[in-house]
Design a protein around this ligand. Structure first.
Ligand code: SAM
Length: 360
């Protein structure tokens, strides 16, 4: 029988769960005054790509043990947790992974979330490989937008990076299908790794200029502990902006909302904009309002966290909706993470949860 006051919510610690009456006293904020606005939910730890910076094939090989199906949150459990987060202020939900379109019935999950949370901004990040097949159904189910990852337009470079021999053209088809279905404006994310695809930065910008889609350039990050991250491999966003600006003049644009992750740069000739995400060279921990739920239902308060809080056990242990919300509330109030601000030469070697499991 579960102790109602102290519920084990992590392998390594227990947290006192405040009574429901203790919640709602003032807006929810963590120890640094950051609200809980965004939730990323990883719906599968599997992916059909083996991107060298995310799921390197040497580690994620044929012997790699992915989560057994019973460990994954069910759609009903995902909706319950999403509702609890929404009750505490979450207005944006992003489905991710692994590759979220590999999760069977993903359209049904989108429909369930849409029905439960009609006003929430509901988005999904995908590698685009199955987007052409899914775009219309995702839109019909109530998805607002998609973000598509594409690391190069050069065939050989892209295939080398996804390490699954996947062609560029299929991802571009997925992007066009999503746009046609009304899932735009589409953001196209390129992780820039020095000496691997940085020669493609200007081509990527050129390709999406004037298309209505927004190319975004992400600094290669030290997420997880399998991608062999080195600072030398990072191309600072300032360099990306300079390279694009030399060819197509840019001016800084205002953030769309406080705490926006990407810095926006607009083409001075009116042909749209690009974004840069500078987690390494310009940490944005101070405004980070993002929570993450891993595929197996652990709650992480930082992308670079070493451990999470086991919400699945709470859900499966019979916790009420109120107890769930109280647990999330208590965890968020104790949050103090600011990994990117305090990154040192040593921290990238610390064991951290893998991106495919926690969700990008
Ligand atoms: N499979 C989906 C996809 O490819 O977009 C969703 C999951 S993926 C982990 C989410 C995003 O994280 C992708 O844009 C990916 O490029 C990015 N990502 C993964 N590892 C990264 C790293 N080490 N540094 C920067 N971005 C990374």
């Amino acid at each position: 029988m579960m102790d109602r006051n102290v519920i084990a919510i992590a392998e390594h610690r227990t947290l006192p769960i405040p009574p429901a009456a203790a919640r709602g006293t003032g807006a929810l904020a963590d120890t640094r005054g950051r609200a809980l606005h965004d939730l990323r939910i990883s719906v599968t730890d599997r992916c059909n790509f083996r991107c060298v910076y995310c799921m390197p094939r040497e580690v994620f090989d044929a012997d790699y043990q992915f989560l057994p199906h019973g460990e994954l949150l069910t759609f009903e459990e995902i909706v319950r947790l999403a509702r609890a987060f929404h009750e505490l202020g979450t207005e944006k939900i992003r489905l991710t992974g692994g590759e979220p379109l590999l999760r069977k019935g993903i359209d049904r999950l989108v429909a369930m979330l849409r029905e439960a949370l009609p006003g929430v901004d509901l988005t999904l990040t995908t590698n685009g490989s199955a987007l052409k097949a899914h775009a219309a159904a995702l839109k019909a189910a109530g998805l607002d937008r998609v973000t598509v990852s594409l690391d190069s337009l050069d065939e050989a470079t892209f295939r080398r990076m996804n390490d699954a021999d996947f062609p560029v053209a299929k991802v571009l088809e997925g992007i066009e299908a999503a746009a046609a279905a009304g899932l735009g404006p589409i953001k196209v994310n390129m992780v820039v790794k020095r000496g691997v695809n940085d020669h493609q930065v200007v081509d990527m910008a050129r390709h999406f200029r004037g298309s209505g889609h927004i190319a975004r350039f992400i600094e290669f990050m030290d997420v997880g502990s399998t991608n062999g991250w080195r600072m030398d491999d990072v191309v600072p966003s300032a360099e990306v902006v300079q390279r694009i600006g030399e060819r197509f003049p840019l001016e800084a644009a205002e953030a769309n909302y406080p705490g926006e992750v990407a810095q926006r740069w607009r083409y001075t000739d009116g042909e749209g904009e690009v974004g840069v995400i500078s987690s390494v060279t310009r940490a944005f921990c101070a405004t980070c309002t993002r929570a993450r739920i891993s595929t197996d239902g652990h709650f992480y308060t930082c992308l670079f966290a070493q451990r999470g809080y086991d919400l699945k056990s709470l859900v499966r242990g019979g916790a009420t909706d109120d107890a769930l919300a109280a647990a999330v509330d208590a965890i968020w109030r104790r949050r103090s993470d600011r990994y990117s601000e305090i990154r040192t030469a040593a921290t990238p070697r610390e064991p951290k949860v893998e991106m495919s499991y926690i969700g990008g």
